[in-house]
Design a protein around this ligand. Structure first.
Ligand code: BDP
Length: 707
């Protein structure tokens, strides 16, 4: 009896200790992202790394250099299974890692790094501490992905200067278009309590070279300009600083009025200008290395300079002037469109911004979404790229999956980013890619920027869908070097995050690479788009009522008895005129327009024979059905890698793929049944008619939208 109660007691304590975390959980919760640093199981490989990494020598004690050494120690401790000591200078010692800040190092930009071997040591060189930090992470990445260190010789400079995340996070802890829980920032605890997660966030970003973060929503609350909030933001800045990350804030343009009590927020009003000058002074007193402002103005109801008859340039320049005494920049968003029943939203940003080229202060960057409308599953590149040679244009990508199935659909976004960056604007002849506009090489921009609307949240694994971490990763890697391929990035990420088993790596990379096309097929094939208002999740192609025409679905797809698609040629809205003739020519002829862009530019008859040999209607059905069916292929592929992936992660993704299948069929059925009311044609063989009626799908959407 006594023994039995002793056993029970022991069991009880094991459970308690286990729950308290003293016993590590069996599964991987995804928290460590791509910085897992699990011990390398291949003995020979591990020992070869261990021989090359016997110590870490650093001269200098700057906080970022310390960070670099600390990160190397953490990483190597995990990967090699033993502690690697940190020493001062290397002296005559060999077999270690030397971190060297060499201001005169040729071929390096301030944040660039060089990895080389010298005198029997691995040397990480940077012109600055930041360069060394990025080099240290690059070295770790090599080890994590199993590369040799023998003949290491790599020089890498960032192609873009401001590599930033934009968080659409609100004062109340919610995240606009966030699908991974609530905000990472616990405003109510700050500045006193520092969640350890802030540091892990900084580590993850620094490992990719991300050096800037806008911590609040572009639909900004003026509260972020109060001293109370600035002190909270300062506490974050302090955590991020040793990782080379500066904080930025989105501003509410009408703050002088709502917060400052002024009668106006007119950017040309001297009192308003003074208010901003004082505010900026206060900000730099509290956050000495503050990065600058991100501004959404005169867009979707946000206030802006046009409320006072002024231009975007007037507004941006006023803020730039306030920031002038400091090192800050103004990032002014070009995401604007008016409620014009006759207009084409596609043309709005170009029409409003190109006349202002040359009028912006040198400290202003205009941030442009990759496409002309709004982060659709596939969009042509924004015609602003290439058409503002005298204004630095920054890129805005969206990592959070607003139109890409939230956190239940697997969509690897690197192909979206690459597709845009590789697009040729032809503004200075062939080869004038969007990437060359954004990296400044085409127009000689003095400042360059790439931003990603973050997909992070309070979910333990940061991004909700475990594989959506790859989108954060891919964005960071591309912001550093836009020439990296989607495949190479996926390969790195999978090896660092999921598995190093070669067959499994191959399969998962392939799955990631195909995921976007599959999504497009069942969601918006052939150039359909769906930026209609609302939650941006449920299929509602029939939605035709709203306060503005461009907030309906029918505005975009234009389905009628004749056909489908938005005519943007000379017979339609003429939006194609915003592109150079070479670009226009590829898209303006419906016979030769690539199918992925067809309905972006043409209203195509249902019976029209396409280059695929099928009629429009049959091609649409084929895509919707093939797309939805392919989700089952994804499930099968994922099942094949079960033995190579952590069981918890595997089960999580497998579950989401089941949801994705159900939702893909929902989308397919909604579109097919709705469009059929116009095409009046049967679902072609071999596809089977949806099991529900259009009315039933509509009802399911209504129920989904109930609050
Ligand atoms: C749209 C989102 C909206 C954002 C807006 C923006 O639906 O929530 O505020 O973009 O980028 O995609 O400002």
């Amino acid at each position: 009896m006594k023994n039995r109660s002793g056993c029970l007691l022991l069991l009880f304590w094991l459970l308690v200790i286990g729950r308290a975390g003293a016993i590590p959980p069996a599964g991987d919760d995804g928290y460590r992202l791509w910085l897992k640093y699990d011990r390398i199981t291949d003995d020979a490989l591990r020992q070869s790394y261990a021989r090359a990494a016997g110590f870490i020598a650093l001269s200098g004690d700057g906080p970022m250099l310390q960070t670099a050494a600390g990160e190397l120690q953490t990483g190597l401790q995990g990967l090699l299974g033993k502690a690697v000591p940190r020493i001062g200078g290397a002296g005559n010692r060999t077999g270690g890692i030397v971190l060297a800040v060499t201001a005169g190092e040729p071929g390096l930009q301030p944040e660039g790094y060089r990895l080389s071997t010298r005198n029997g040591n691995l040397v990480v060189t940077g012109k600055t501490d930041a360069g060394v930090l990025y080099g240290a992470f690059a070295l770790l990445r090599r080890i994590q992905t199993g590369q040799s260190l023998e003949t290491i010789s790599e020089t890498s400079n960032p192609k873009v200067r401001f590599r930033m995340l934009n968080h659409w996070d609100n004062v109340d802890g919610s995240v606009e278009r966030g699908y991974a829980g609530s905000s990472l920032w616990k405003w109510y605890e700050l500045p006193e309590r520092i969640d350890p997660r802030y540091r892990d966030y900084a580590r993850a970003n620094a490992s990719l070279g991300i050096n800037a973060t806008v911590v609040n929503n572009v639909n900004a609350s003026a509260r972020f300009m109060t001293e109370e909030y600035l002190r909270k933001v300062a506490a974050l800045a302090q955590v991020f600083r040793p990782y080379g990350i500066r904080v930025y804030l989105s501003v509410y343009f009408a703050a002088p009025k709502t917060l400052g009590g002024l009668k106006t927020s007119d950017p040309l009003d001297p009192q308003v200008r003074q208010w901003w000058a004082d505010k900026v002074k206060e900000i730099y007193r509290i956050i000495p290395d503050f990065g600058g402002f991100l501004v959404k103005a005169n867009s979707e109801g946000e206030p802006g300079p046009q409320d006072y008859g002024r231009t975007h340039a007037d507004g941006a320049n006023m803020l730039a002037e306030a920031l002038k005494p400091y090192d800050g920049v103004v990032i002014w968003r070009a995401f604007v469109y008016k409620a014009d029943p006759k207009g084409d939203r596609f043309k709005a940003a170009y029409d409003e911004f190109t006349p202002l080229d040359g009028q912006f202060d040198p400290k202003v960057i205009v941030q442009v979404k990759n496409g002309p409308i709004d982060f659709q599953p596939r969009e042509p590149f924004s015609p602003l790229f290439g058409n503002m040679p005298r204004t630095p244009l920054g890129m805005e990508f969206q990592l959070t999956q607003e139109y890409l199935g939230f956190a239940t659909h697997l969509v690897y976004e690197a192909p979206i980013f690459r597709e845009c960056l590789e697009s040729d604007t032809y503004v200075a002849g062939k080869g004038s890619t969007v990437a060359k506009v954004v990296d400044g090489s085409l127009h000689g921009y003095a400042m360059t920027a790439m931003a990603g609307v973050a997909n992070t949240g309070s979910h333990r694994n940061w991004t909700g869908h475990p594989l959506a971490q790859a989108n954060w990763y891919a964005f960071g890697r591309l912001a550093w070097d836009h020439t990296l391929t989607a495949e190479a990035i996926a390969g790195e990420w999978v090896r660092m995050t999921l598995t190093r088993e070669p067959q499994a790596v191959k399969r998962i990379v392939n799955l990631l690479l195909r995921s976007r096309e599959i999504y497009v097929d069942y969601n918006t094939p052939l150039g359909l788009s769906r930026p209609w208002t609302g939650v941006h999740f449920a299929p509602e192609p029939w939605q035709n009522r709203s306060s503005r025409p461009d907030w309906t679905a029918v505005y975009y797809h234009r389905a009628d008895s004749v056909g489908l698609g938005f005519d943007r040629t000379a017979t339609g809205s003429r939006a194609l005129e915003q592109y150079r003739p070479e670009v226009r020519r590829t898209w303006e002829n419906p016979e030769t327009c690539p199918l992925p862009f067809l309905l972006w530019f043409h209203h195509v008859p249902w019976t029209k024979q396409l280059s695929s040999g099928r009629t429009l209607w049959n091609e649409l059905c084929t895509r919707f059905y093939a797309g939805a069916d392919s989700v089952r292929w994804m499930q099968r592929e994922w099942a094949q890698v079960k033995a190579a992936v952590d069981p918890d992660t595997h089960a999580d993704v497998a579950g989401r793929l089941l949801t994705q299948e159900r939702e893909a069929i929902w989308w397919r059925d909604a579109w097919v049944l709705y469009l059929q009311t116009f095409s009046k044609q049967p679902i072609p063989t071999p596809f089977r008619k949806p099991e529900r009626t259009l009315e039933e799908v509509k009802r399911s959407v209504d129920v989904y939208l109930l609050r």
